[in-house]
Design a protein around this ligand. Structure first.
Ligand SMILES: Cc1ncc(COP(=O)(O)O)c(C=O)c1O
Length: 360
């Protein structure tokens, strides 16, 4: 099928750019001498997860048990769940996955450790545990002080659990526009990690895993000597928000490889073109999508429509195709069932977005 024949709205992957992004990150991790464990929450596709492993990744990260189940079912053997779990049913499902894969999960509270240990014992298995430290994002994570040592001690004393180290991810740093701001923030993160490791070492706890880093800062965690593995996700596709980050010289960059292909279905009485894709095809938490190939912008959106303010020439007509760049890929991908992979103007692959959904 030719690209012009794709039914819209469709999530379209430029396979040349996607493959280049995959290669760039694998090579960067090798050059920095750091393990790569990409975050699969970005793409939610076992096809892509398996390609990342084939490219040298040590495993993947998931954010939800439902994601881990789908990736492990597809053959992935090592999953870090970068999240906290409290529901005994989810903990039991996680423990069950250890039959098929190496599983590591995060905790930041004593009650999670108790519940996790119970689930591991009931399934007669062992689960690796990272203490998540709040390194400045103000989301999950314990304070970077003696409370980490307390949790490590509790984990080590809990049957079925093994203390492995720390999760130290700073999400907001990923989207800081200036390279200096990103560098300064991750320097603070590395200092926090160093101090916490010292506190742990004083009490006899060694960290074999220190995990963190995303698409915006992976090179900084890699260059610091504190981290053992990085967990970028968005680099496979990028998005309009990431494109606003000023690049750091001599650091690998990534191409926009994912777009939403749309069609003009109307020129309303107002004279502006109306597209067949709205909030149900594009997430807008990081702003409205941008238009990839012409001087025009989305003026407003509703559930199934986007209205273009068209300054472009020639002006658009019903039936014309318009390529949109999502502002934030993770929640955009989650709205779609399939990736349509294209190369040289033709559809080459369809990949199901098998792990999409709210994430139980
Ligand atoms: C815990 C964690 N690690 C890694 C990532 C990957 O970040 P990015 O997709 O910006 O590379 C995310 C994304 O939100 C995350 O929540």
């Amino acid at each position: 099928m030719k690209t012009e024949e794709i039914e819209t709205p469709a999530l379209v992957v430029d396979l040349d750019k996607f493959e280049l992004n995959m290669k760039t990150m694998s090579q960067a991790a090798r050059q920095y001498g750091i393990k790569l464990r990409p975050h699969a929450k970005a793409h939610k596709s076992p096809n892509i997860g398996l390609a990342q492993i084939a490219g040298g990744a040590i495993g993947i990260c998931c954010q939800k048990v439902s994601e881990a189940e789908i990736f492990i079912d597809a053959g992935i053997k090592d999953v870090l769940l970068t999240n906290e779990l409290v529901d005994p049913r989810k903990l039991d499902r996680l423990a069950a996955l250890t039959r098929l894969a190496t599983i590591t999960v995060c905790v930041d509270h004593a009650s999670q450790v108790r519940a996790l240990s119970k689930a591991a014992v009931e399934r007669k298995t062992e689960i690796g545990v990272l203490v998540e430290v709040d390194v400045g994002q103000r989301r999950c994570g314990t304070r970077p002080d003696a409370s980490v040592v307390e949790l490590a001690r509790q984990i080590q004393a809990s049957p079925g659990l093994q203390f492995l180290g720390l999760q130290a991810y700073h999400g907001t740093a990923q989207h800081m526009r200036s390279p200096d701001a990103r560098r300064a923030t991750i320097a603070e993160v590395a200092a926090i990690v160093r101090d916490v490791k010292t506190l742990l070492a004083e009490q006899g706890f060694q960290c074999t895993v220190i995990a963190g880093g995303g698409t915006g800062t992976f090179y900084l965690e890699s260059q610091s000597t504190e981290f053992t593995e990085i967990q970028p996700g968005s680099y496979v596709f990028l998005d309009a928000d990431y494109a606003k980050n000023e690049p750091e010289p001599a650091v690998p960059t990534f191409a926009q490889s994912l777009h939403v292909l749309t069609t003009v279905i109307s020129i309303g009485a107002h004279g502006n073109p109306v597209l067949d894709a709205g909030y149900k095809a594009l997430a807008v938490d990081s702003g409205l999508p941008s238009i990839a190939d012409r001087k025009a912008f989305i003026a407003k959106m509703s559930d199934e429509h986007s209205v273009i303010q068209d300054n472009g020439t020639p002006s658009l007509q019903p039936g014309d195709r318009v390529v949109l760049t999502p502002s934030h890929i993770d929640p955009t991908v989650n709205l779609h069932d399939w990736y349509v992979g294209v190369r040289h103007g033709r559809v080459e692959v369809l990949w199901p977005i098998a792990a999409r959904g709210p994430g139980l």
